[in-house]
Design a protein around this ligand. Structure first.
Ligand code: HEC
Ligand code: HEC
Ligand code: HEC
Ligand code: HEC
Ligand code: HEC
Ligand code: HEC
Length: 349
């Protein structure tokens, strides 16, 4: 009982202190009043550290900044709160989508994801095995940030272009409208993550040994990293393909990744050439170029030619190496012991 009272008192003090510099416009319910304190945390029953602190600056640099806290945390109705439910990313929020004037939600993404290989439900509507291995929104996404860019005089730079904004301001003069929508649009004119970040997001599952065994999949991340494409990306290139460039059909939604056995998949045998042939990549790709293999594991059954080539190369390396080592060894003997010989010399005297 006294614990409950203590919590209420604490919240009241924190609340009073918070009013002093409260300035969050989109947060009508004053949630940030309490949640802006860095120390707002506890260790829950299972021993896990839980942080309830909201960094307003970070929150404001993301696309959700005009969502009310309660758009997502629908079950927070009183203070102190009851334990909160996990947020459902597909519920409707208070905003209207301007082209349709419908209440906005991410349901469309969920629908597409359901058609992809990452759906936890199979074609016949039955749950697949190992449900916990299938990604939900939050496995691939954390709170995204706007990454606007300016291209005013041909030069591409990160950040908002002052001269670009000035153009919007000749008509949209009030408040932050021009800045808001400049960021909203320019952020989406390029990928929102670097290829390396994308690869790491996929690697969370696909590079895990136990995961590979459960789903009978190869270590596609390591094999990809050994290719020319993968090496360049690890050196910081943004131009060579990452997982999405090869596994999503050009023009399709990014969430529609399909198994290689599905005829509409970007990597189905007869589609690979078209996948290589995008304007940004190999616009004239031949069938031979498209036969390039990205995920070579050197397994004898699956990749016999590569397997024997590897053995051949290893043998060749060994022969060359040991031949020269032997030569150096003999040369060394001759220099250290000029008169030494394995065979008895006949005395000519
Ligand atoms: C008067 C201060 C105060 C206000 C206002 C407040 N909170 Fe909290 N909130 C807290 C405290 C304290 C905790 C940590 C409670 C605990 O230790 O379980 C918390 C915890 C939470 C949690 C995690 C709960 C859980 O058990 O998982 C969520 C989610 C949350 N708040 C959302 C909100 C939202 C949304 C609003 C606005 C509608 C809001 N809070 C307003 C003080 C506040
Ligand atoms: C776009 C949806 C969205 C909005 C808007 C949003 N949150 Fe969250 N919030 C989440 C998600 C998703 C999580 C991760 C935990 C989960 O899945 O429930 C989270 C986690 C939290 C937690 C930690 C809870 C825990 O269990 O560890 C707190 C506290 C919290 N939010 C408070 C707020 C406050 C305060 C606001 C308003 C400033 C806000 N949130 C706005 C989606 C949102
Ligand atoms: C398998 C991983 C994965 C899952 C699961 C996933 N996403 Fe995505 N999502 C991505 C990737 C990758 C992108 C492309 C972002 C980029 O350009 O880097 C993306 C892009 C998006 C975008 C467009 C973002 C923008 O502004 O450009 C939205 C919105 C989105 N996802 C919402 C969702 C929702 C909602 C769910 C759950 C129903 C979900 N995603 C599940 C990987 C995933
Ligand atoms: C010449 C004046 C003018 C300039 C310059 C201009 N806009 Fe607009 N904008 C308008 C008008 C007028 C509308 C409403 C037009 C309509 O509904 O067809 C509009 C509509 C919009 C909308 C849609 C609003 C809604 O809710 O439907 C957005 C977003 C927008 N402008 C952003 C921008 C941005 C960002 C810039 C700068 C890159 C910009 N505008 C430059 C005049 C302008
Ligand atoms: C939370 C775990 C998880 C994450 C994260 C994840 N996947 Fe998957 N992925 C799976 C599971 C599980 C399967 C097996 C689906 C099946 O067979 O039903 C799979 C299957 C696939 C397949 C089909 C393989 C085949 O059979 O041809 C591709 C392609 C794929 N994932 C690509 C990606 C890409 C690209 C990303 C990153 C954007 C990604 N995955 C992120 C869990 C994940
Ligand atoms: C250059 C194009 C390319 C890139 C980049 C690429 N893949 Fe693939 N991937 C393919 C092709 C083609 C196949 C189908 C058969 C094959 O060659 O292995 C495939 C097959 C797969 C499979 C099925 C493997 C199996 O064991 O059946 C998975 C899963 C997969 N890729 C995931 C990924 C992930 C995750 C990434 C990023 C780390 C990635 N791919 C990057 C082209 C690519």
């Amino acid at each position: 009982m006294y614990k409950h009272l203590l919590a209420k008192l604490l919240i009241a003090i924190v609340g009073l202190y918070g009013i002093a510099d409260y300035s969050y416009a989109g947060d009508e319910l004053n949630c940030v009043l309490c949640h802006k304190f860095r120390g707002l945390s506890r260790i829950d029953k299972s021993g896990k550290f839980r942080l309830f602190y909201i960094n307003q600056e970070l929150f404001d640099s993301g696309p959700h900044r005009r969502n009310k806290c309660k758009d997502c945390h629908t079950d927070i109705n009183k203070i102190p709160h009851d334990p909160a439910k996990k947020v459902d990313c597909t519920q409707q929020c208070h905003m209207l989508e301007p082209s349709s004037q419908q209440k906005f939600s991410h349901k469309l993404v969920a629908k597409i994801l359901k058609k992809s290989v990452h759906s936890p439900i199979d074609k016949d509507g039955k749950p697949k095995k190992y449900q916990q291995d299938y990604p939900g929104c939050k496995d691939c996404h954390d709170q995204p940030f706007y990454r606007p860019f300016s291209i005013y005089k041909g030069e591409l730079k990160a950040g908002v272009s002052k001269r670009g904004i000035t153009r919007c301001r000749s008509c949209h003069t009030k408040g932050y409208f021009a800045e808001d929508f400049y960021e909203h649009v320019t952020t989406r004119l390029r990928k929102s993550r670097s290829p390396l970040e994308t690869i790491n997001a996929c690697a969370k599952c696909h590079q895990d040994k136990g995961f590979q065994q459960r789903h009978n999949l190869d270590d596609v991340v390591t094999t990809y990293k050994h290719t020319f494409h993968g090496e360049l990306i690890q050196l910081g290139s943004e131009r060579t393909p990452d997982c999405l460039d090869c596994h999503v059909v050009e023009g399709e939604n990014i969430h529609l990744i399909e198994a290689q056995t599905v005829p509409t998949s970007a990597v189905y045998k007869t589609n690979v050439q078209a996948t290589c042939r995008t304007e940004e990549c190999h616009s004239k790709a031949s069938a031979q170029l498209a036969s390039f293999k990205t995920h070579v594991t050197y397994d004898r059954k699956k990749y016999p030619m590569e397997f024997y080539m590897l053995i051949g190369f290893k043998a060749l390396m060994a022969i060359v190496l040991y031949f020269f080592l032997a030569l150096i060894f003999m040369e060394l003997l001759r220099r250290l012991f000029p008169g030494f010989s394995f065979f008895k010399k006949k005395n000519k005297d």
